[in-house]
Design a protein around this ligand. Structure first.
Ligand code: A3P
Length: 374
């Protein structure tokens, strides 16, 4: 009634009134949309800058963890502590943010295309062998855009099995459809319970195993342990019983792990040979592109990682990368990879070679590959 009195006093027809109303509503609508857009854009900018910070933090974490945790048994408890001390921080405080960011910048692009990354249990495991080049293998294969790997050793099947598969999956990186989830924990190869546990997770799991001349591997293992313990006995004193070279101490970890055939036989109770790929640790150094080519074929991946990704660093004496997911400049693996080995008495080496020979032959027979170790 008031409106009609007001219209009447202003001499407005009902048609003019309708026009005025439409104009008002339109103005309100546009002003609302403009404000909403403005707010959304401000909040998106803030969010992106936060997430970028988190991404940098996570990548830094991953690379430092990668370096710190790739050394197994001797540092096993340290690894375990480091994974349990860093992961929960990421898990609890920033997990939601990381859930939408996760890892590589390539994911930001994919997400813009409407793809939704999620975590999956691994399809492929690098199960060993410790000190044979497992870190190099992981860093090289993860150059492939269809491979996503956990940065540090998760030790699920040997140390954290009781935590369950949900826990394990939570430690996996985000992937989109078609990408492979990978994890490496070298102690899996020699841990008795692991083959059955992996089998129970997924009978189709693909297994990658890097192997190296067991004598060099033992020396590498010893060198790593000695780097953490100042008063370590000499290699020769530890590798043999009673100080003479006649009896090899097969209970000493660095020696024991090199009896590959023994561990392999156990894995073959659960997995057919066709699900295992053996990578030569020696060839991974001499010709990384060749070995990574085999790995890509085995995993059904396009051969994307080629010789163009590697260069040989003469100072380090190892192949290094032009760039990786974590770093866009040329770099080598960390200081803990490619250490100088101590001098070992030639007679001790010869005795160890003799010791390993029958086990190596058995291993060649089981794998169908002659690694030609001396
Ligand atoms: P050394 O440090 O004794 O030379 P893992 O990663 O399984 O612990 O194996 C470590 C070994 O990987 C190193 O042992 C080294 O010989 C070998 N390796 C293979 N490729 C390498 C690379 N590109 N850079 C450094 N080390 C490499």
């Amino acid at each position: 009634m008031y409106v009609s009195i007001w219209c009447h006093s202003l001499n407005l027809s009902s048609r003019s009134l309708a026009i005025v109303l439409v104009v008002c509503v339109t103005l309100v609508y546009f002003s609302y949309s403009f404000n909403a857009c403005l707010l959304a854009s401000i909040s998106r900018t803030l969010q992106q800058s936060n997430l970028r910070n988190l991404l940098t933090l996570q990548q830094r974490n991953a690379s430092s963890e990668a370096e710190a945790t790739s050394n197994s048994t001797a540092s096993s408890s340290a690894n375990s502590n480091s994974s349990s001390s860093t992961t929960p921080i990421l898990n609890s405080t920033v997990s939601n943010a990381i859930a939408s960011v996760d890892g590589a910048p390539k994911y930001q692009m994919l997400r813009q295309q409407g793809l939704r990354p999620s975590r999956h249990l691994p399809d492929t495991l690098i199960i060993g062998v410790k000190k044979s080049g497992t870190r190099a293998l992981l860093e090289f294969i993860r150059l492939h855009p269809d491979v996503r790997a956990a940065g540090s050793e998760v030790h699920f099947f040997d140390r954290h099995y009781q935590r369950g598969l949900r826990w394990y999956r939570h430690h996996m990186p985000y992937t989109i459809e078609g990408q492979i989830t990978m994890e490496k924990t070298p102690s899996y190869f020699v841990t008795k319970e692991v083959p059955q546990r992996v089998y129970h997770m997924n009978t189709a799991t693909k297994l990658l195993i890097v192997v190296r001349d067991p004598v060099t591997r033992a020396i590498s293992d010893y060198t790593q342990a000695a780097s953490k313990k100042a008063d370590m006995k000499r290699f020769e004193q530890l590798a043999f019983v009673n100080g003479s070279y006649s009896v090899v101490d097969t209970n000493w970890g660095p020696v024991k792990i090199g009896v590959y055939a023994r561990y392999l036989e156990h894995w073959l109770l659960y997995f057919p040979l066709s699900q295992l790929l053996f990578i030569s640790g020696e060839r991974l150094i001499m010709d990384p592109a060749y070995e990574i080519g085999r790995v890509q074929d085995f995993l059904g991946l396009k051969r994307v990682v080629t010789e163009k990704h590697f260069y040989f660093n003469a100072t380090k004496g190892f192949p290094c990368l032009f760039k990786s997911e974590a770093r866009s400049t040329p770099h080598c693996l960390g200081k803990t990879k490619g250490r100088n080995h101590p001098h070992i008495d030639a007679n001790a080496i010869e005795r160890l070679r003799e010791f390993y020979r029958p086990f190596n032959n058995k291993f060649y027979q089981l794998t169908g590959i002659n690694f030609a170790w001396p």
